[in-house]
Design a protein around this ligand. Structure first.
Ligand code: HEM
Length: 494
């Protein structure tokens, strides 16, 4: 055998060994893990999923392997939970076991386990408790924030009047407005709609969020360890996240310089005060890194989710003008034209409430949920899931569960109405997830959705520049989030 032959043989033997080792490792850890498609070495189940629509893929696989199964996203082994029953049994009935946080690879590039959303254990407990209390102290879930939302609605209506009935893309109208509500809490003030820095922050949030929904973003979920060092669209997302981090760092510094511990102005001030109070406590999680990343978590989570829901919801109303018509009737009957809407009106507006619930169900903004992790070796439905294993509670599979909703693929507010036209709750309404790590922005989000929608429809009628029958309400991207197609609309004063 010549030298070339010997080298080739050596390489083939090495490669085969590596492939066998990788397969053996993947299979070995399985024990009594839930069943699932057999993974290939290195790439896992890459060939069994459609990266352009992970929600569809994971739901299809559940048809074959059942509501609880194991999936290999490249080298990442996750347990997938599909359907109302499985998600509820895990996240509610075994809440403590499933209370850990899993990875979201794009965001992990920046967060690395810090900040309230992506932390685990004691850090997550301290940051979550603090964040909930502080938001409440700034009026979230109470009258205080309602006034702030209505004030912001006023600015929005003003800006919308400026469109003068001409077609416009509502994306930034909505994100500026929504973002200003959470900005008032986190930074103590709203931004002017024309503020260049504000617009660039919104772009950074929107673009990095969008990246997580693309095929490339899903590929990154699988091969982040390698791809993070390679060129590609992921680098633009990192740059946007870094830009957001820098902005919050500057805000924290400015607050530090002018802090009066006796009268905290915003979330950041409260965190700074807590840092001072706990500076002698070695197990305190109130650190510089956590203030910046928690501030960014709340700012980001409070912006993209609500504005995407409204944007998708408006498209649905353009498609179904008869539904819009019924909301007008309810607004005119309950609120009238001479005063602003209030949260007290909601219980007397079952149809509007049902439409908003149906927006959230149909839009399925976070379709795969935010990955969880089991906090200890966990017995679940006869399987053993080892401590630390990641879990995907597929919220979309609950929101579209045919055992819970009569016609899940149809946009129908009737899913939330009883025979008398009264609002009907559903346990499968889980866009904010459930259990120990459920979204604590839920109250705020629901107030914003109701007050912004009713304020706009009290003043304007929607018109679509294209025929309703030609409007495509299927999503443009489905990945970490579900995003609607880009569209234009016109507003006619009522
Ligand atoms: C339509 C609006 C919203 C939707 C659909 C939504 C959805 C979600 C979902 C699915 C999770 C994961 C929960 C889990 O793992 O169980 C979550 C977590 C979270 N959300 Fe929201 N969210 C919305 C609005 C907001 C708002 C307005 C805020 C601002 C306060 C916010 C802040 C958070 C935070 C901080 C977490 C992490 C909680 C934790 O890890 O303990 N969200 N959200």
């Amino acid at each position: 055998m010549d030298l070339l032959g010997a080298v080739t043989l050596f390489l083939v033997v090495c490669l085969s060994y590596l492939l066998l080792l990788s397969t053996w490792r993947q299979l070995q850890g399985r024990g009594k893990m839930p069943p699932g498609p057999t993974p290939l070495p290195l790439v896992g189940n890459l060939l069994q999923v459609e990266l352009s629509d992970m929600r569809k893929s994971v739901m299809k696989l559940s048809g074959r392997y059942g509501p609880v199964y194991t999936l290999h996203l490249g080298p990442r082994r996750v347990v997938v939970l599909c359907g109302y029953q499985a998600v509820k049994e895990a996240l509610l009935d075994q809440a403590e076991d499933f209370s850990g946080r899993g990875d979201q690879a794009t965001f992990n590039w920046l967060f690395e386990g810090y900040g309230v959303v992506f932390s685990n254990g004691e850090r997550a407990k301290q940051l979550r408790r603090f964040s909930i209390t502080t938001l409440r102290n700034f009026g979230v879930g109470k009258r205080g924030i309602e006034e702030r939302i209505l004030e912001e609605a006023h600015f929005l209506l003003e800006a919308l009047r400026g469109t003068k009935g001409l077609p416009f893309d509502p994306t930034y109208f909505l994100s500026r407005t929504v973002s200003n509500v959470i900005s008032s809490v986190v930074f103590g003030d709203r931004f002017d709609y024309e503020d260049e820095e504000f617009l660039s922050l919104l772009h950074m949030m929107m673009d990095s969020f969008r990246f997580t929904c693309t095929t490339w973003g899903q590929l990154y979920e699988m091969f982040a360890d390698t791809m993070r060092y390679l060129p590609g669209p992921q680098r633009a997302a990192f740059k946007q996240l870094a830009g957001l981090e820098k902005f919050i760092e500057r805000k924290v510094k400015a607050n530090q310089e002018t802090l009066d511990p006796n009268s905290p102005r915003d979330f950041i001030d409260c965190f700074l005060v807590k840092m001072q109070q706990e500076k002698e406590n070695p197990s305190s999680e109130f650190s510089m890194k956590n203030i910046v990343l928690t501030g960014l978590n709340v700012f980001f989570a409070g912006t993209e989710t609500v504005s995407t829901t409204l944007r998708y919801g408006f498209l649905l109303l353009l498609k179904y003008p008869e539904i819009e018509e019924r909301i007008y009737e309810e607004i005119d009957r309950v609120i009238g034209r001479n005063r602003a809407p209030s949260m007290e009106d909601r219980s007397r507006m079952p149809y509007t409430d049902a439409v908003i619930h149906e927006f959230q169900r149909f839009c399925d903004v976070i379709p795969m949920g935010l990955a969880r992790r089991v906090t200890r070796d966990t017995q679940f439905r006869g399987y053993t899931i080892p401590k630390g294993t990641e879990v995907y509670p597929v919220l979309g599979s609950v929101l579209y569960d045919p055992t819970q909703f009569s016609s899940p693929d149809t946009f129908d507010p009737g899913h939330f109405l009883d025979g008398n036209g009264q609002f009907k709750k559903s346990n499968a309404f889980v866009p904010f997830s459930i259990g120990k790590r459920y979204c604590f922005g839920e109250m705020l989000a629901r107030m914003e959705l109701f007050l912004f929608l009713t304020s706009i429809l009290q003043n304007f009628r929607f018109r679509s520049p294209v025929e309703p029958k030609d409007i495509d309400i299927s999503p443009k991207l489905v990945g970490f989030a579900t995003l609607p197609r880009t569209y234009e609309m016109c507003l006619v004063p009522r």
